[in-house]
Design a protein around this ligand. Structure first.
Ligand SMILES: Nc1nc2c(ncn2[C@@H]2O[C@H](COP(=O)(O)OP(=O)(O)OP(=O)(O)O)[C@@H](O)[C@H]2O)c(=O)[nH]1
Ligand SMILES: [Mg+2]
Length: 456
């Protein structure tokens, strides 16, 4: 019998409505101690009931909605009760303390989802996707995680697993009945199956990089000398006034981050301090951070002021930028262009993925930037379908499985007997099984759920 756990499932902050969740055999019994439906109505599974919430001393503390999900038809597979209270911290604290008083215990991080996994309601990759969905900062990441929760990744891996199981059964038959003609078993056929499986796994691990992009956005540093309009650009792209903009050079001292969707791609923008040689120690730290931000980024937007001649500092900045994938933005296109600039830039053009004229003030040229970013990351064809692998553990396992299957193919081609090859295939299957949560070691499972928030 599972003990009954309770936790606040919404954020621990003042809010309009907050949800406390309980799971376990005693959920309903405990709920009845703290909640009484209006007009003495009965609890009906999956039906929201209006009524009063009481603290442990029986004093009414809120008027709320409660709902009971009778196991096994619930998220965890156990009896669940949710209390939809007003989001007052006082109410939530005394409600929780009443639940603990009447026999529930505080849930550990991710314990609801862990129970869902343990009770077979979700496999491990689906359970992990729940964490991904909560962590999602981009819409694409949410779409991918939601598809994973519905089982897209599990199905794909499950198919591979099943095909390998069939193959192993054939291998086993050959080992058990060595007199059988090995050719009738079809080595070529086996090789095809293994190669197909390896290819599928490869597609999924190749997707990992894109998956990371989906999850976190592309790290993008905006660098340039002071006053060229870096913060204005960030504000323009992010659609709000995140960074302070002033005509004073050296306004931005530390890094400011914002997410922005540019050309269908989510960029994690980092506005940096203007890079110049300086005696001001605070500014100097900012400058160092700017250079580091550029080194850490996968895309650099180098900004110069198009109304001014190119300076040595601009050249330094462009040098940092082109160490990476970089776009040169010639800003302030609403002002008259400096006459010598284009000539001075001629040697630089090829080094950038794109050189664009923009105005962070009027928005001119932003569409060109969107096109350039879209082309760089060819996201046009990217449709997150839930089969993108999005975490390092899954990626590592699938990569290893792919290599093992590749070895099995080589061994078969070199004429090794199937029983020697079987071992590699079994290892690959163990890995795939671990992604799905079949025989996954307990400590790994614990670690996965420990990263979840309490109440999920
Ligand atoms: N005319 C014009 N002015 C701009 C444009 N972009 C920025 N500015 C102005 O340039 C000045 C500096 O802009 P910021 O965005 O603060 O520049 P920054 O590069 O972040 O400067 P630091 O933080 O000091 O390094 C402000 O007065 C902006 O209004 C533009 O496209 N056209
Ligand atoms: Mg700035």
């Amino acid at each position: 019998m599972a003990d009954t756990i309770a936790a606040l499932s919404t954020a621990p902050a003042k809010s309009g409505v907050a949800v406390i969740r309980m799971s376990g055999d005693k959920s309903l019994e405990i709920a009845k101690r703290v909640f009484r439906p209006a007009r003495n109505r009965d609890w009906v599974p999956r039906m929201m009931t209006y009524g009063n919430l009481f603290n442990r001393d029986g004093i009414a503390i809120d008027s709320i909605l409660a709902v009971w999900f009778k196991g096994p038809e619930s998220y965890t597979g156990e009896d669940i009760v949710e209390l939809h209270c007003h989001g007052s911290l006082a109410v939530l604290n005394s409600a929780l303390s009443a639940l603990y008083f009447f026999g529930a215990r505080p849930a550990r991080p991710g314990e609801f989802t862990k129970r869902a996994f343990m009770n077979g309601r979700l496999d491990l990759s689906q359970a992990e996707a729940v964490g991904d969905l909560i962590d999602a900062v981009t819409e694409e990441a949410a779409v991918n995680a939601a598809a994973q929760i519905r089982g897209a990744l599990s199905r794909k891996l499950g198919q591979i697993y099943d095909k390998l199981t069939d193959l192993l059964a054939h291998f086993q038959a050959v080992v058990d009945y060595p007199d059988e003609d090995i050719e009738s078993f079809g080595i070529e056929n086996a090789i095809n199956i293994l190669e197909d499986a390896a290819k599928e796994l490869n597609k999924m691990t190749e997707g990992y990089k894109r998956g990371k992009v989906l999850r976190e956005g592309i790290e993008c540093a905006i660098i340039g000398r002071p006053n060229v309009g870096k913060s204005s650009l960030l504000n323009m792209l992010a659609g709000d006034e995140r960074a302070i903009v002033t005509p004073i050079a050296g306004t931005t001292r530390d890094i400011i981050e914002a997410y922005a969707k540019v050309g269908g791609v989510t960029l994690k923008l980092r506005d940096t301090a203007g890079i110049r040689r300086t005696d001001d120690s605070i500014e100097e730290i900012g400058v160092e951070r700017a250079i580091k931000a550029a080194r850490d980024a996968s895309l650099v937007l180098a900004v110069i002021d198009g109304s001014q001649p190119l300076s040595d500092e601009d050249r330094d900045i462009m040098k940092y930028a082109v160490e990476k994938k970089a776009i040169l933005l010639i800003n302030k296109s609403d002002k008259p262009r400096n006459e010598s600039l284009d000539k001075e830039l001629s040697e630089w053009r090829d080094k950038f993925a794109a050189v664009l004229n923009i105005s962070a003030k009027t928005g001119e040229g932003i569409e060109d930037l969107e096109t350039a970013v879209n082309e760089l990351y060819s996201m046009g064809e990217l449709r997150p379908d839930g089969t993108l692998i999005t975490n390092a553990r899954q990626e590592g396992i699938c990569k290893t499985a792919e290599l093992l299957l590749g070895e099995a193919v080589n061994d078969l081609r070199s004429g090794y007997p199937p029983d020697m090859v079987m071992y590699d295939v079994e290892q690959a299957m163990t890995g795939i099984g671990e992604v799905l949560g079949k025989n996954t070691p307990a400590d790994i499972i614990d670690r996965i759920f420990a990263n979840f928030c309490v109440g999920k």
